[in-house]
Design a protein around this ligand. Structure first.
Ligand code: TMP
Length: 216
């Protein structure tokens, strides 16, 4: 039996290209879900456990330029496996509404599609790492590569062409993934516009998957 069939909680994932405002929107969404009367939990990948935080610092260590793509993928998956086993599975079983910034979708797009390892193999490794935990809804906060990078404080002209190409491939990859998995599992939200307007759209993109008796 998979976890989803016995779980009372919900897993909502916020993902998308860099600079889409995931953290801001995660906080706003959590506040809204809490106001609707649910127990919530905020998670962010990579990290969220002691082991995961150590993996995170390894992954984000810019000096590690020699890291192989497969090694990188497996480190993201290792952090994810630990998070699922140590935190996420129990939270969902207890009926919590979990908002997670990034999940397997990020590996599919960054390592699988833009990074060239292949979406299929990443998906398969993702199923193994998560033990079958899948999001009830993934919201892709969509922003064009140039705008997203500018929002992250990286000036356009200082970016190498290959950097921009990669981020364009990331954006296209998220849109392709959303199309392929369909509107029941994923929604694309235009992340441009005011925080309030975007958070209204995010709310509308997830409210139908919240348990019925609480839905506002
Ligand atoms: P952040 O933007 O959520 O802080 O994530 C940090 C970077 O890690 C971001 O550029 C996306 C990248 N990433 C992957 O490449 N693969 C993954 O599986 C995850 C979770 C993140």
């Amino acid at each position: 039996m998979t976890l989803k069939s016995c779980s009372a909680g919900r897993l909502l994932v916020l993902d998308g290209p860099d600079g889409g405002g995931k953290s801001t929107q995660a906080h706003r969404l959590l506040a809204r879900i809490r106001r609707a009367g649910f127990r919530v939990r905020h998670l962010r990948e990579p990290g969220g456990t002691r082991i995961g935080e150590r993996v995170r610092s390894l992954l984000l260590d810019r000096a590690r330029t020699e890291m192989d793509r497969r090694a990188e993928l497996l480190l993201y998956m290792a952090s994810r496996a630990q998070l699922c086993a140590e935190v996420l599975r129990d939270a969902l079983t207890r009926g919590e509404i979990v908002v997670c910034e990034r999940f397997v979708s990020a590996s599919i797009v960054y390592q699988g599609i833009a990074g060239g390892l292949g979406a299929g193999i990443v998906e398969e490794i993702g199923r193994f790492a998560t033990g079958g935990i899948a999001p009830d809804r993934t919201v892709i906060l969509d922003v064009p590569a140039e705008e997203g990078l500018a929002r992250r404080g990286k000036s356009k002209d200082r970016l190498e062409a290959s950097g921009l190409r990669f981020h364009r491939a990331v954006r296209a990859g998220f849109l392709r993934l959303a199309r392929e998995i369909g509107p029941r599992r994923a929604r694309v939200v235009d992340a441009r516009g005011s925080r309030e307007a975007v958070s209204d759209k995010v709310w509308r993109a997830v409210s139908d998957v919240l348990p019925r008796h609480h839905r506002s």
